[in-house]
Design a protein around this ligand. Sequence first.
Ligand SMILES: *Cc1c(COP(=O)(O)O)cnc(C)c1O
Length: 389
Amino acid sequence: MGKAKRWGFATRAIHDGEEPNLRDGGYGDVVSPIHLASTFARRLVDEPTSGLEYSRSGNPTRHALERRIASLEGAEHGLAFSSGLGAETTVLLSLKQGDHVVSNDDLYGGTHRLFRVFENFGIEFSSVDASDPRRFEEALTDSTRLVWLESPTNPMLKLCDIGAISKLARAKEIPTLVDNTFASPVLQQPLALGATLVLHSSTKYLGGHSDVIGGAIATSDESWYQRLKFLQNAAGAVPGPFDCFMVLRGTKTLQVRMERHCSNAMAVANMLEGHPKVERVYYPGLESHPQLELARQQMVDYGGLVSCELRGGLEASRKFLEGLKLFALAESLGGVESLAEHPALMTHASLPQEQREALGISDGLIRLSVGIEDQEDILSDLEQALSRV
Ligand SMILES: *Cc1c(COP(=O)(O)O)cnc(C)c1O
């Protein structure tokens, strides 16, 4: 690990966690084998073989993925989970009745729903508009135990100033968690910016092929790691070995995929911005984005998601979405294939209408997860669908 840390990101994404075992008895596998065993035999009663007992508490394929996750986020430790929400649940289980969590106000819909579940157990949640970091200072109370950020956000692609907000929280000894799903560790390194915990839905860019559900957490804070590792085993939201293998395989191409996602998304954002049927485009790399300066500071590039508001509301967005031929009309994001969705009717349908409106999620809003197909094909599909509106 010490030596590996000096390697560049793309090299670590291929090798860390999967070093071939060339010792006696090892087979030198170049990729991690899928260790399906649920339990591990030992010779002596009090000496688990290689520290392994039972696959909920630890599994070699999962450990390979956990080392990979740590390496990608520049962390000491990584933990893998059965889904992004499984990872989130495990973090929230570290809290107790009366504890308070502050987040930005436009969270992933499933995270918002999970917070409502934990309210039943006496944990308090409040949210603030993150465009001004000082609002967090006002929102922190004596009971605040965690600041929870998502950046860029879903689907409005607003940014949180991760450095400034974690600094404010740290001054009061409050840890900051960043859901880094949208940016991926290629574009944004929250721990280096001052966060304590970084979380992923590995279903999205880490897996990258829309064929696995998974979650991940990375941290360099030893006491958080021990607490979360205990809870990972205690609560049991662990991924199976096959799923771990799929995410490991996905991460090897993360950097080249992200480069292409970003260049395609930038081209889509520019095309849409000049289009007469489009009212407004949301993309952190556009001059028209109010936080372009912050995006330049804390991100390497601007990501694969583009949202836009069509003129003509629901009827226009229906015609557009149902007219797409290459883009699949589907929820989720971060896979190699391009996807389009309607937040008000799909991913964010569970939010009350007033709240959707307050966040800017109108009936004309479309979210695109721009894939890595040929740029001409992506642009011409969008153009032909817009011509139907
Ligand atoms: C998808 C997603 C999640 C939830 O992850 P699952 O793997 O679907 O459980 C959490 N946060 C963000 C930003 C997401 O996009």
